[in-house]
Design a protein around this ligand. Structure first.
Ligand code: DGL
Length: 277
């Protein structure tokens, strides 16, 4: 009994290349308030979106090893790029439940579209992998998918330029070709993008539903924990470390950032050398 309790009280590991995965962590905190979280942001090596599959897979493996050393009971790959490039391998390699963000995002978009035209914006890597298009078309042949890589969005978000004329101008250029083709649903296929949701929404107009995969990811995590009988049934007591944050560089900057995204006081973020894992 004690062992089972220990396991259920273990944290969920969540990772991303930087701050983007906080949009997923925030949703997990909202939907699963009893769960502890260990978050890792690979701030020394962000962005992932312009790197090769081999490199992103190597980085993801190191992070998974680090998270497993924190005794996590499940892992959420809160990064579309890592989900696209590394999730299949990671699933084979780890013996705890692990989920990504792409399938939940694709599923939500299929449910949301009325005219069968879905747009996807994401990193070059995610778009190049074709994973969203493949997954959506495999699940609903009547839907057509148009994809657009937006490589400058991640650095703009990491620099905190969420509402800025520069971001506005770049978003207009990227999104103009999606406006012309009458999509009614747009997947924010990078976990950094919900932070510039208002800019994207303003340009796309109210007829386009913006899909943030975080909501469905947290819902699927909940279902998975229930199925595996792994949910924590009580909220940890005050004073215990409910959420812990680790980064590979610039912890202070990350901490400030996290505090502006997460509606709970972040205790602190700690820098670790991820290359050691
Ligand atoms: N936020 C990540 C994603 O969802 C990665 C962005 C990047 O590092 O390029 O793809």
């Amino acid at each position: 009994m004690k062992e089972k309790e220990l396991l259920c009280n273990a944290p969920i590991g969540v990772f991303d290349s930087g701050v983007g995965g906080l949009t997923v962590a925030r949703e997990i905190m909202r939907q699963l308030p009893n769960e502890r979280i260990v978050y890792f942001g690979d701030t020394a090596r962000v962005p992932y979106g312009n790197k090769s599959k081999e490199t992103v897979t190597r980085f993801s493996r190191q992070i998974v090893r680090f998270l497993q050393m924190q005794d996590v009971k499940a892992i959420v790959v809160a990064c579309n790029t890592a989900s696209a490039y590394a999730l299949d391998e990671l699933e084979q390699e780890v013996d705890i439940p692990i989920i990504g963000v792409v399938k939940p995002g694709a599923k939500t978009a299929i449910e949301a579209t009325h005219n069968g035209k879905i747009g996807v914006i994401a990193t070059q890597a995610t778009i190049g992998s074709g994973i969203y298009k493949r997954y959506i078309e495999e699940n609903d042949m009547s839907v057509s998918v148009v994809e657009k890589a937006c490589p400058l969005f991640v650095p703009l978000v990491e620099e905190g330029l969420w509402e800025d004329p520069v971001t506005d101008e770049i978003a207009r250029r990227y999104l103009s070709e999606l406006i012309d083709i009458d999509i009614d649903t747009l997947i924010l296929g990078c976990t950094h993008y919900p932070l510039i949701r208002s800019t994207v929404g303003k340009i796309m107009g109210d007829k386009v539903t913006l899909v943030n995969p975080a909501y469905e990811t947290a819902r699927e995590l909940k279902e998975l924990l229930e199925k595996e009988d792994l949910e924590s049934d009580k909220r940890p007591e005050l004073g215990t470390e409910l959420y812990r944050f680790f980064v590979s560089d610039a912890a202070e900057k990350f901490q400030k950032f996290a505090n502006s995204i997460i509606p709970y006081g972040i205790l602190s973020a700690k820098t670790i050398n991820i290359e050691e894992f």
